[in-house]
Write a protein that binds this ligand. Structure first.
Ligand code: XIL
Length: 297
């Protein structure tokens, strides 16, 4: 195969990218998007501040634009993200307790219902675990509504869109460490108690190397009976092409690793300004990292 999406499809996987609605008028961007990728994630347009800027007033314009463009190109869509402590609208940031709990579950229900039947997988909860050695949850007003907020969100998402796979997504979880182990324990508990969860997303914002236990970490999650997906891959540094090859090989070695998404198309599209962490140059040329990924798929 000669494109990332077609190469991934040979083994039943997908290859995706984050898309920004504001770039869909850029022809170079859209040409690469339509040629190379068969999964799309809205970079910002399906987040809480975008979809519910005022309480109870929903705006799906950017998300719908990205979804319709993707569907028109035969691509599927990963929904990102129903609940996250960042890009939380101001009205929600100033809430707490049971009224916030009600507002956040309503948000999950409304957005998952709007996109019902159209989303391959939702990042239901994003980045809820703390960095460092605690293995516990990060403090946020969402967490302070009660430790069961994550399972409540997953149950609400399942009820609203039974066909969507439901994922937990986080960063600095790419190797075996206290943070990824905390998430591992949560997923194991959810599976044991019948809380609906189908997949775990590993953002994989990396520099130079994937952790040496990257594959082993993906495998231990797969062994819990969930899919694993690489959801926001970008890699800075001089070892970039080798690291992209290693990450792709790790996913390919695990049956339950169903796809890889890079967090943007060209280096100039990246949120990591000046780090050039993506597969295409600013002018849209394929980089060595692109060839390394294509070879490994
Ligand atoms: C980033 C976007 O790329 C930026 O455009 C935005 O300003 C901030 O968010 N983890 C995530 C993504 O889950 O949603 C973030 O995306 C990058 C880190």
């Amino acid at each position: 195969a000669t494109t990332l999406g077609a190469a991934a499809a040979q083994s039943g996987r997908y290859f995706g990218t984050a898309v920004a609605a504001g770039r869909l008028s850029d022809q170079t961007y859209v040409n690469i998007l339509n040629t190379e990728f068969n999964m799309v994630t809205a970079e910002n347009e399906m987040k809480w501040d975008a979809t519910e800027p005022n309480r109870g007033q929903f705006n799906y314009s950017g998300g719908d634009r990205i979804l319709n463009q993707a569907v028109g190109n035969g691509s599927r869509v990963r929904g990102h993200a129903l609940l996250w402590h960042q890009q939380e609208p101001g009205w929600a940031r100033s809430m707490e307790g049971s009224s916030l709990r009600q507002a956040m579950i309503n948000h999950v229900t409304q957005v998952a219902t709007h996109y019902r039947g159209k989303i391959y997988a939702w990042d239901v909860v994003n980045e809820a675990f703390a960095d460092g050695g605690s293995g516990g949850r990060r403090d946020s007003n969402l967490q302070r509504t009660g430790n069961d907020w994550i399972e409540a969100a997953f149950r609400a998402a399942r009820a609203a869109d039974p066909a969507a796979k439901l994922c937990y997504n986080d960063y600095n979880t790419d190797g075996i460490n206290p943070k990824s182990t905390g998430i591992y324990n949560m997923v194991r508990d959810f599976k044991a108690r019948g809380v609906p969860i189908d997949c775990v997303g590993f953002q994989s914002h990396l520099t130079n190397n994937a952790p040496s236990d990257y594959r082993a970490n993906l495998q231990r999650f797969a062994d819990l009976g969930v899919e694993v997906q690489i959801t926001e891959l970008d890699i800075a540094g001089s070892n970039q092409a080798n690291a992209y090859r290693d990450v792709t090989n790790a996913c390919m070695a695990i049956r339950a690793c169903t796809g890889i998404t890079v967090w943007g198309i060209r280096d100039t599209d990246s949120w990591r300004t000046g780090e050039n962490p993506l597969l295409f140059t600013g002018s849209g040329a394929k980089k060595p990292a692109y060839n390394a990924v294509l070879d490994a798929l």
